[in-house]
Write a new protein. Structure first.
Length: 112
């Protein structure tokens, strides 16, 4: 539920991200591609939602949830165009997601 709220907020700010030259992607460690596609269509999300049920990205970024090793901790990651991770926020409390404006501020700071 909390990630769904954040996805909607990101969609609502997608033009602002685009104006900064940024792309938004969502990654789920628990949902298969077909389920994500159905959700994106139902909620009119226009950015990619990627499935990581094999936990490849989850492991690469050290996001395995300690209490449930079959899923990721909620995280927000900003990666620059060269592939360098510039910002990471991991929130083991599944109820918290950073507001889109906070993420936009990180992206703006990278442009300076």
């Amino acid at each position: 539920m909390y990630c769904r709220t954040q996805l909607g907020e990101l969609q609502g700010n997608l033009q602002q991200f685009g104006a900064l030259g940024a792309e938004v992607w969502g990654v789920s460690s628990t949902d298969a591609t077909d389920r994500l596609a159905s959700y994106a269509k139902a909620k009119a999300l226009t950015f990619p939602l990627l499935s990581d049920t094999a936990l490849t990205l989850t492991r690469r970024y050290g996001l395995i949830n300690r209490s449930n090793g079959m899923m990721a901790d909620p995280a927000t990651i900003v990666i620059d165009r060269s592939g360098t991770v510039r910002f990471v926020r991991v929130d083991p409390d599944f109820k918290y997601r950073p507001p889109a404006q906070d993420i936009l501020n990180v992206v703006r700071d990278l442009k300076k």
